[in-house]
Ligand binder design. Structure first.
Ligand code: 5GP
Ligand code: ZN
Length: 119
């Protein structure tokens, strides 16, 4: 399948993995927006949050608990972190394989950051 994150799961595209189990993979974002910026993905190809189904309930829980672990292992548990899913065009989703961003390691800006002119 022509999906970037499926290729990262398969290992045909390399990534800096920080956590992996049978169902979930976490790896560093290639363009970090904070000192810690990790992506948590299901190994199963689910394009967006809109495509998650009741049968994915356990998998969604696994993703959240993996995010918690990644944040804890990165030393973010006490100071805090942000967990983000961009769903669809208006949210700026670029890769259509479900993923959650774990961001932290500094005081983060406002949640609803409007589109910026090219920096
Ligand atoms: P989205 O905007 O879809 O929520 O986020 C996609 C994220 O994937 C972006 O933060 C982007 O930097 C990251 N990304 C895109 N291509 C690659 C890649 O090849 N490797 C890694 N590690 N991250 C990527
Ligand atoms: Zn995929």
């Amino acid at each position: 399948m022509d999906c970037l994150f499926c290729k990262i799961v398969e290992g045909t595209i390399p990534s800096a993995k920080v956590y992996e189990d049978e169902h979930v993979l976490a790896f560093r974002d290639i363009q970090p927006q904070a000192p810690v910026h990790t992506l948590i993905i299901p190994k199963k190809h689910i394009p967006t949050m809109n495509d998650a189904a009741p049968e994915d309930m356990e998998l969604l829980g696994r993703i959240l608990l993996a995010a918690q672990k990644v944040a804890r292992d990165a030393g973010l548990a006490d100071d805090g972190y942000r967990l983000i899913n961009n769903c669809g065009r208006d949210a700026g989703q670029v890769v259509y394989h479900l993923h959650f961003h774990v961001l932290g390691g500094e005081k983060l800006g406002p949640l609803n950051v409007k589109e910026q002119p090219d920096r």
